[in-house]
Write a protein that binds this ligand. Structure first.
Ligand code: SAM
Length: 181
């Protein structure tokens, strides 16, 4: 695996072209494909997503795991209805590859994740809490991916780990950011 500690921005064309309102809550197809590619490349044993919503990004991640034939995805959200929708959506994949939780998966407290995707409320305090939870369940080399990394609140939550705040404009606030712990 290449040693690429630090922050990397993935300039998703689709994501950068659309505003937040147009794009809605979920990752774009291009971002999803990127997540799946990361999964297939990393071959993580344990994956966590904070902010599963109705299971769109989850589907990309779980599909990647199923294609490599290993690993498990833990997804969580705070809205029960979203969890139920995600459960339906993930129903087409083997249950060996995924589990869903309401709130952080506290019952998995001893699990150390290899891959974490944070895409929750995008409010500084929430992202900070999720980032702290993610780091607590990481090892050296865990890949943490943030959605909408350029949103000021997301940036503030991960600062000073990232050291410099990135320039944003109203049109350019989404995209994926990768941090290797
Ligand atoms: C932008 S959506 C996630 C979209 C999803 N990742 C996708 O691409 O399909 C954000 C989600 O985070 C959830 N959320 C907000 N705060 C949360 C928290 N503290 N823990 C887990 N999920 C949270 C919201 O309920 C919402 O469903």
């Amino acid at each position: 695996m290449p040693n690429f500690k630090g922050l990397h921005l993935y300039d998703c064309k689709g994501a950068f072209r659309l505003t937040w309102d147009e794009r809605g809550f979920a990752v774009t197809e291009e971002e999803g494909m990127f997540l799946k590619t990361l999964i297939k490349w990393m071959r993580p044993k344990f994956c966590l997503e904070i902010g599963t919503y109705v299971g769109i990004s989850s589907s990309w991640i779980v599909e990647g795991l199923q294609e490599i034939g290993g690993g498990i995805y833990h997804g969580c959200d705070i809205i029960p209805l979203y969890i139920e929708e995600a459960r339906k959506r993930l129903g087409c994949y083997s249950q060996n590859f995924w589990k869903l939780y309401l709130g952080y998966p506290e019952e998995e407290k001893d699990v150390i994740y290899d891959f974490i995707f944070i895409d929750d409320s995008h409010v500084e305090e929430t992202v900070k809490k999720s980032y702290t939870y993610a780091k607590k369940h990481s090892r050296s080399g865990t890949l943490i991916v943030f959605h909408d990394i350029l949103l000021p609140d997301v940036q503030k939550a991960i600062y000073p780990d990232v050291a410099t705040l990135l320039k944003t404009t109203p049109e350019k606030q989404v995209g994926l950011g990768l941090i290797v712990v």
